[in-house]
Design a protein around this ligand. Structure first.
Ligand code: SAH
Ligand code: DHB
Ligand code: MG
Length: 224
């Protein structure tokens, strides 16, 4: 589901409001050339993530699901010089493309890509007592969303943001009878978030270059 007008408005907003960034454009070009699926966030969505990070003065960001590193770069660009992004990617080819993109953007020092399945790496991060994250962006396999949220809670602090991509899926999220694993994952995530007193959350529908989808935005409002 998409409308040509959604695309046109996205293009207009991105052209009029977003400062051209050759490294971000090069990342999309290199990702497409390498045959990666075009399932990255739209430019104006990337800028939204960037602004969220700046609004909370984020210094440490965790991303689950790197692909070619497009959203990673938007987030990294929001951080002060000493800021760091850790991004998790299971697919070796995606990881290789992303690493090259980070180097090309001059951000290889600020971005640490950990290759492997997120549900293997997240417990390692907790076990290694990694410093808490100010913002977590969850954008990998949708059935694991409830688990990713659980780990995100353990890796954040009061004031952190936890943002989850693709929570609308062309409206499929309202179907309580759906057996599609991605929809079940999103609905279980919603119930888990709703029942969690440590967060305050909302969700928004988006239309545009990436079709009809949306974000969950949860703020951690209490200490563990
Ligand atoms: N955040 C990116 C898009 C990510 S697409 C952007 O907006 O630019 C989802 C990514 O999650 C894919 O690259 C996929 O390989 C990865 N992924 C899927 N399952 C995963 C898992 N279990 N652990 C880590 N990464 C996973
Ligand atoms: C898919 C994954 C995404 O993260 C996204 O933004 C769009 C689509 C997918 O797996 O189809
Ligand atoms: Mg996504």
């Amino acid at each position: 589901m998409s409308l040509p007008l959604w695309n046109a408005v996205d293009t207009y907003f991105s052209q009029v409001l977003l400062v051209p960034d050759p490294a971000l454009d090069a990342t999309l070009a290199a990702s497409a050339a390498a045959g990666l699926p075009a399932i990255h966030v739209a430019p104006n969505q990337g800028k939204l993530l960037h602004l969220f990070a700046r609004m909370i003065g984020a210094k440490r960001v965790l991303e689950v699901g790197t692909l070619g590193g497009y959203s990673t770069l938007w987030l990294a660009r929001a951080l002060p010089a000493e800021g760091r992004v850790i991004t998790l990617e299971a697919d070796a080819k995606h990881a290789a493309v992303a690493r090259a993109n980070f180097a090309h953007a001059g951000l290889a020092e600020q971005i640490e890509l950990r290759e492997g399945r997120a549900l293997d790496i997240l417990p390692e991060l907790v076990a290694s007592d990694v410093a808490s994250f100010d913002l977590v962006f969850i954008d990998a396999d949708k059935p694991s969303n409830p688990d990713y949220f659980e780990w995100a809670l353990r890796l954040t602090h009061r004031g952190s943001l936890i943002i989850v991509d693709n929570v609308v899926r062309e409206g499929a999220v309202v179907d309580a009878t759906s057996t599609e694993p991605a929809v079940v994952g999103v609905r279980r995530l919603m119930e888990r978030v709703a029942a969690e007193p440590r967060v305050s959350a909302t969700a928004l529908q988006t239309v545009g270059a990436k079709g009809y989808d949306g974000f969950l935005i949860a703020m951690v409002i209490a200490d563990a």
